[in-house]
Design a protein around this ligand. Structure first.
Ligand code: ZN
Ligand code: ZN
Length: 222
């Protein structure tokens, strides 16, 4: 048996379930991603008091109420993991975080991945958020995304003020929804997606994100 992430040989305890598992990760790789500790209850941004962070207070003041459960810090190990998953197309490694994601599973909800624009999807051939969502539970692609210029090519200010690119087909009946994405950075994407789903009639929207980018400045505006 070889570790899914580093490919080093490893020994695993043999049980009948061994045959079905493909997500073996060696002990040194297992501890590489940094689980988030105490922090903002709405977005996971680490702080010592567990208080709602200034960014989330600003979102709330705009009438955008969204709780995002993030699992790991987007530190060096997180960047490396995501790069391999997203840009090298190593989809198999998603199973190394599947168990942790499944622990956040709730009943009676539909998981909706944050979509990629069509051009981006053609280029990458898969939506990383959809792979993560499918590892949690029943997934529906309720959201569409209009192709505007790449977010990465836009400045920070432009990204914040651009119009909402997410659409929901009118035929969709939204109930309780949990959005799924890979990295929470400014929060704009998830708040826009949640807004569109609520407009389409979703009764409850929250989100799960694999990584939380760590804010350098505590006073950074939205
Ligand atoms: Zn390993
Ligand atoms: Zn927050």
């Amino acid at each position: 048996m070889r570790c899914l992430l580093c490919n080093e040989p490893m020994t695993v305890p043999w049980t009948p379930a061994t045959l079905w598992r493909r997500d073996w990760v060696c002990s040194s790789c297992e501890t590489r991603l940094t689980p988030l500790g105490t922090g903002c209850p709405r977005c996971g941004q680490p702080n010592e008091t567990g208080e709602t962070c200034p960014d989330c207070i600003r979102w709330l003041a705009l009438g955008l109420d969204l709780t995002v459960r993030c699992l790991y810090a987007y530190d060096e190990a997180g960047v490396e993991w995501l790069h391999r998953f997203k840009f090298s197309g190593d989809v198999v490694i998603a199973s190394s975080v599947a168990q942790a994601l499944r622990r956040l599973r709730s009943s009676g909800v539909t998981y909706v991945p944050v979509p990629l624009g069509e051009a981006r999807l053609r280029e990458r051939r898969f939506n990383q958020a959809e792979v993560l969502a499918r590892s949690i539970g029943m997934t529906k692609n309720y959201l569409g995304k209009l192709d505007v210029s790449s977010q990465r090519e836009l400045g920070k200010e432009e990204r914040r003020h651009r119009t909402n690119p997410f659409t929901v087909p009118t035929s969709v009946k939204c109930g309780k929804i949990i959005l799924v994405d890979d990295v929470y950075t400014t929060g704009t994407t998830l708040h826009q997606a949640a807004f569109s789903l609520r407009q389409a009639g979703a009764t409850e929207v929250s989100a799960i994100c694999l990584f939380r980018a760590l804010n350098k400045s505590k006073t950074r505006p939205i």
